[in-house]
Design a protein around this ligand. Structure first.
Ligand SMILES: Cc1cc2nc3c(=O)[nH]c(=O)nc-3n(C[C@H](O)[C@H](O)[C@H](O)COP(=O)(O)O)c2cc1C
Length: 302
């Protein structure tokens, strides 16, 4: 038996596998399929101050090895989450509250509201920001640093993860900006902006025209970005983007990820996360790795 525990920002997880935000709701539907207490943690759907209905349909498009989504942060609002889901979820496993806002101040308010109530707060800085003229806060390092600083100042107890957008000028510069702003950890990648076209209608498939690309097809790019981010900072990194199996998770950990998130694969196979946990145990045992954490950052470049 491999020791699958990992510790991130002083918080111990029973294993490094976390379903990614937006692909697992608040865990209730998946808990009907398997006991989600086997997971290292759960990253919630992106939460906002007020409830949101999200974007018009169609808001999912399928393609080869990837999907596009423009769900648009549909969620019941942070108060509903605290009242209805949080206590239940915390009994099951560690909780990563994924939060978003329309302004830097809203991010601060979300962090203040959730401080001490959850195990981690993960800032989704990929959403279009009112003050940044609709541009996501996650594009330019100066914006990344500012929103991270405001969020960190609102937190006294809960560690702060900043989730980096791959639609950035430089992933290393943004990872460093998050660290300078006070992040305790960075996670990456969020989705890549993309488009699918319905050629018969000569229109984009998604009502929103563009959407975020995720799934197995983005994995090589995500892996490269995780490697670059880890080299740029001394805080822990959580890796994601196209992870489908235990071997993919091993690759992300070797590239420097202390834990991994699994997103789109939960739609393909509802049992993806427990299978990856079992697979990690098997892979480590068959390769003489006693602790899964011993894999982190062991990649040797040619
Ligand atoms: C339908 C859908 C909804 C998502 N919603 C969120 C969200 O609310 N907040 C967030 O930070 N990321 C969100 N993401 C991004 C994922 O958490 C993850 O970063 C991305 O999908 C890459 O991982 P994957 O290739 O394993 O899916 C969403 C992704 C999908 C597919």
């Amino acid at each position: 038996m491999t020791d699958l525990h990992v510790t991130i920002c002083g918080v111990e997880l029973k294993n490094p596998v976390i379903p990614a935000s937006g692909t697992f709701g608040f865990g209730r539907e998946f808990d009907e399929i398997y006991d989600i207490s086997c997971l290292g943690a759960v990253a919630t759907k992106g939460l906002t101050l007020e409830p949101r209905l999200g974007n018009p349909v169609p808001r999912i498009a399928e393609s080869n090895a990837v999907i596009l989504n423009a769900v648009g942060l549909q969620n019941p609002g942070v108060e509903h989450f605290i009242e209805h889901d949080l206590a239940w979820l915390r009994v099951k496993t560690r909780v990563v509250a994924n939060v978003a806002g329309r302004t830097v101040e809203e991010y601060g308010a979300m962090c203040a509201r959730l401080d001490g109530l959850v195990d981690f707060i993960e800032l989704n800085i990929s959403c279009p920001n009112v003050r940044a003229g609709g541009m996501a806060l996650g594009v330019k390092p100066e914006n990344v640093k500012e929103v991270t600083h405001v969020a960190k100042c609102a937190l006294k107890k809960t560690p702060l993860i900043v989730k980096l957008s791959p639609n950035a000028e430089s992933i290393a510069a943004n990872a460093r900006a998050a660290e300078e702003g006070g992040a305790d950890c960075v996670s990456l990648v969020n989705t890549f902006t993309g488009m699918a076209v319905d050629i018969e209608r000569r229109r984009p498939v998604l009502a929103n025209n563009t959407g975020g690309v995720s799934g197995a097809g983005i994995r090589p790019i995500a892996l490269r970005m995780v490697y670059e981010a880890k080299r740029a900072v001394s805080i822990p990194v959580i890796g994601m983007g196209g992870i489908t199996c235990a071997e993919d998770a091993v690759a992300f950990m070797m590239a420097g990820a202390s834990a991994v998130q699994v997103g789109t694969q939960n739609f393909t196979d509802a049992l993806a996360c427990p299978k990856i946990i079992e697979g990690l145990d098997r892979w480590c045992s068959s390769h003489g790795v006693e602790r899964v954490s011993d894999l982190v950052g062991t990649l040797q470049m040619n």
